[in-house]
Design a protein around this ligand. Structure first.
Ligand SMILES: [Zn+2]
Length: 214
């Protein structure tokens, strides 16, 4: 008899969700696991459980349970695309940034009394940009001109910000428009990679007024 390693309550927050270990795309599953390990090191936070949901669109971090849920539709859409790896890295870094915001106390101290969801999202994109640079440099060496374009490595550019649920008005108002999301991400990517996630407030304060998040 084989006992499941996952506790019974794992992935129970989302209907129709199951542990990543049961996801049948082995290549993508390995990429997710390895990238999350590296992201954990970067942010100093780790999700207790990673789940796959058949109904969720992109991804969702339950920061109180420490549970990350990835949408099957997102994974399937990007599974065979040239920009699939970059999009997956950005999503995993963005969701991990939410856990970092919670654990590091950023929610309490850094965006005023009541940060809007939109600014929380843009700040997560900003932090994700910092991780993306680490990911890029580990594979390509130090960043030079055009590195961000190369990171997304396809002619469509950073499609994760410009498509797939980001282009309707409701999403834009709630989470930030595609161009401002990309701006926040690119600013994080452009910062000195030696500055750890914990010390990136100065970089955020350079752009938060322009993003109307100061
Ligand atoms: Zn988010």
């Amino acid at each position: 008899m084989i006992l499941s390693a996952a506790p019974l309550w794992a992935c129970a927050a989302q209907p129709g969700a199951y542990p990543l270990a049961s996801y049948d795309n082995v290549r993508q599953r390995r990429a997710i696991t390895e990238t999350l390990e590296d992201i954990s090191e970067y942010f100093g936070v780790t999700f207790h459980e990673v789940c796959v949901s058949q109904t969720l669109f992109q991804g969702q971090a339950d920061v109180l349970r420490g549970e990350l849920t990835l949408g099957l539709r997102f994974l399937s859409f990007y599974a065979g695309r040239v920009d699939g790896t970059a999009s997956l890295v950005v999503l995993l870094a963005h969701e991990s940034a939410h856990l970092f915001q919670q654990v590091s106390g950023w929610f309490d101290g850094h965006v005023g009394a009541s940060p809007t969801l939109r600014c929380i999202e843009l700040h997560a994109d900003f932090l994700a940009g910092g991780y993306a640079r680490r990911y890029y440099e580990a594979r390509n060496g130090p960043v030079t001109e055009g590195a961000l374009t190369q990171f997304f490595s396809d002619t469509h550019g950073p499609s994760i910000f410009y498509g797939f649920g980001n282009l309707n008005n409701r999403t834009t108002a709630l989470r930030g428009g595609p161009s401002e999301r990309f701006e926040a991400f690119a600013h994080g990517f452009d910062m000195d990679p030696a500055i750890p996630a914990q010390d990136r407030d100065k970089g955020w304060s350079q752009i938060n007024a322009g993003l109307n998040c100061a």
